[in-house]
Design a protein around this ligand. Structure first.
Ligand code: SF4
Ligand code: SF4
Ligand code: FES
Length: 201
């Protein structure tokens, strides 16, 4: 077992656990978006940042991908953590401004506006890739792809052509943290299509 502290509380974790897994084990809240316990973490959204402190230094790390280590001191609610969280939420408000889920999350953290440029006011997808990872790692299919690069990056079916690979299990809809998959889903599936209301929502 590995012993360290979170917010000055002594905690123990199994080798290979992440800081986030340990925090959740102890009921310590850390906000996340792209994390799901059923798939490997990707570190895409950075909302789960925490601060590691020693005597003469400190650094911010993404808790969902940071492995536990003996003797580290983790803090989840420092001014630096709050600043980076607010900054990330502002970025998300700009990148997916039409997502009610992101607006509500930002508001819950006191963020109601963004200083960043909004390129597409109708955008809801944060391109976290969670839907793709669930489809591949849990369902065992490759019905979703992240295509293009930079500002043109988007989520859809491979080559952006509707695919018969999708079995309409609804897993991607269930895990999507922004609600974007509701809009993208019909572009992923080939015919015949089942109404969204009959899938897991
Ligand atoms: S559709 Fe949802 S889960 Fe998929 S990349 Fe976009 S925000 Fe993430
Ligand atoms: S509904 Fe289709 S695209 Fe979504 S996880 Fe299931 S198989 Fe993959
Ligand atoms: S939840 Fe850790 S990076 Fe997204």
């Amino acid at each position: 077992m590995i012993t360290f502290t979170i917010n000055d509380q002594k905690v123990t974790a199994k080798k290979g656990w992440t800081v986030l897994e340990t925090a959740r084990e102890y009921g310590i809240e850390i906000p996340t978006l792209c994390h799901h316990p059923a798939v490997k973490p990707s570190g895409a959204c950075r909302l789960c940042m925490v601060e590691l402190k020693e005597k003469n230094w400190s650094k911010l790390v993404a808790s969902c991908i940071y492995p536990v280590a003996e003797g580290i001191n983790v803090y989840t609610e420092t001014p630096r953590v709050h600043n980076v969280r607010r900054w990330i939420l502002e970025m998300l408000l700009a990148s997916c401004p039409a997502s009610p889920e992101i607006s509500a999350l930002a508001q819950a953290h006191g963020v109601v506006s963004t200083r960043f440029k909004i390129h597409d006011p109708s955008q809801t997808c944060m391109i976290c890739g969670l839907c793709q990872r669930i489809c591949e790692e849990v369902v065992g299919l490759s019905a979703i792809a992240v295509v293009d690069r930079g500002v043109h990056k988007k989520v859809g079916s491979p080559f952006m052509r509707p695919t018969d690979v999708c079995v309409a299990c609804g897993c991607c809809l269930t895990v999507c943290p922004t609600g974007a998959m509701k809009d993208i889903f019909d572009t992923v599936r080939g015919e015949p299509k089942m109404p969204l209301t009959q899938l897991a929502m």
